[in-house]
Design a protein around this ligand. Structure first.
Ligand SMILES: [Cu+2]
Length: 147
């Protein structure tokens, strides 16, 4: 009887530990400094441009570092193209796609090849693991037209 009880408690403890570990990874987001913000230097909201579109990314209150380099209050830029922020899982490492561009080398400028049309762009600044800060460090969402 006593052995069975002990085993049961051990199992519960193990399960509890695993659950806690799971939660820790899912919510292990770092708080950014107060007032941290990403912003577009260019293009401007409402601008009409030709492809390739040169994007210049600004950052206030934090520093840019390459992906994989863990330093306090740093991260790298990501550009959401026609991708609403609420469609992004901020607790997970951001996947790579045409709609979610990473500037993992620490770039603050990039070029976008875009077909003619209207696009929304938003910057999402994330940490060395491509995981969002909490609250997320984002820019305004802007709309551009490519001719
Ligand atoms: Cu990234």
């Amino acid at each position: 009887m006593k052995t069975a009880f002990t085993r049961c408690v051990t199992l519960l403890a193990l399960t509890g530990g695993l659950l806690l570990a799971g939660n820790a990874t899912a919510t292990d987001r770092t708080a950014p400094p107060d007032g941290a913000k990403a912003y577009f230097i260019s293009p401007q909201d409402g601008e009409t441009l030709e492809s390739p579109v040169r994007v210049r990314m600004g950052l206030r209150g934090m520093g840019v570092a390459p992906a994989g380099v863990e330093m306090d209050n740093t991260g790298h830029h990501h550009l959401l193209v026609n991708k609403p922020l609420d469609a992004v899982d901020l607790d997970a490492s951001l996947p790579f796609s045409d709609h979610k561009r990473h500037f993992g080398g620490g770039q603050t400028e990039g070029e976008l090849e875009l077909e003619p049309g209207e696009y929304t762009l938003q910057l999402l600044f994330m940490d060395y693991r491509h995981i969002s800060f909490d609250p997320p460090v984002v820019s305004e969402k802007i709309t551009i037209t490519v001719e």
